[in-house]
Design a protein around this ligand. Structure first.
Ligand code: PGA
Length: 254
């Protein structure tokens, strides 16, 4: 059984010294929760410093983004080999902020997933619908499209290396949560798509929930059999809040 996975996505927050302080605090707090896999995704500028701070411990490193080319004239971009060089194990791909604010299409997300996998990085692939799409009854259609394009051409063994994060766009940074029923329905839908697409068994891949996860709702999420962990934004910026979320998942194994 894979352990529950709790990922902190720090987004565009923190200088190097702030990042190291936060990472060190999380590392200390996580020593008591060895049954949970804890991953931190600092901004690019803090990856090297956080990587060094995490060297002696079980907390793992993720990047928030990557470029799909191996190298070249791509001003401002970061390649997979640069991320591997910093001991990143995971990379977040297709976060709704990248899709919405930076124009990342499903096709670009697919290229990033492929590039990450070919270099041995594990993508955390984010999918999710907007409020308008949910109200129009398009939730499953949107998620099916995002997954179909992102997984195009991938083998079963490649897809098995992915982690999925269901992040309803309307729940991210808004304080609004999807209900346990809404989350379970989408997670089941994703598992069924993975079964049909690649013959994957229900527990082959972890499916995280993301969107306004906080200490006061983490226990309820951890109690959901469909939720294999969480992707945490705002609440990952405080050691106490993040550690409390990690603790909530401490008793669960998926
Ligand atoms: P939030 O962000 O926890 O601040 O809602 C979640 C995310 O963007 O992954």
């Amino acid at each position: 059984m894979k352990p529950a996975l709790v990922v902190g996505n720090w987004k565009m927050h923190g200088t190097r010294s702030e990042a190291v302080k936060l990472a060190t605090g999380v590392l200390e707090a996580s020593r008591r929760n060895l049954s949970v896999e804890v991953v931190l995704a600092p901004p690019f500028t803090a990856l090297a410093a956080v990587s060094a701070a995490l060297r002696c411990g079980a907390v793992r490193l993720a990047a928030q983004n990557l470029h799909w080319e191996t190298e070249g004239a791509f001003t401002g971009e970061i390649s997979v080999s640069m991320l591997r060089d910093l001991d990143c194990r995971y990379v977040i791909v297709g976060h709704s902020e990248r899709r919405r604010l930076f124009g990342e299409s499903d096709a670009i997300v697919a290229k990033k997933v492929g590039a990450a996998l070919s270099a041995g990085l594990r993508p955390i692939l984010c999918v999710g619908e907007t409020l308008g799409e949910r109200r129009r009854g398009r939730t499953n259609g949107v998620i099916a499209r995002q997954l179909r394009v992102a997984l195009k051409g991938l083998s079963k063994s490649a897809i098995e290396k992915l982690t999925f994060a269901y992040e309803p766009v309307w729940a991210i940074g808004t304080g609004k949560n999807a209900t346990p029923e809404q989350i379970a329905a989408v997670h089941r839908f994703v598992r069924e798509l993975l079964r049909r697409r690649a013959g994957l068994s229900a527990r082959a891949c972890r499916i995280l929930y993301g969107g306004s996860v906080r200490p006061d709702n983490a226990a309820e999420l951890a109690a959901q059999p469909e939720v294999d962990g969480v992707l945490v934004g705002g609440a990952s910026l405080k050691v106490g809040a993040f550690a409390s979320i990690v603790r909530s998942f401490g008793a669960t194994a998926v």
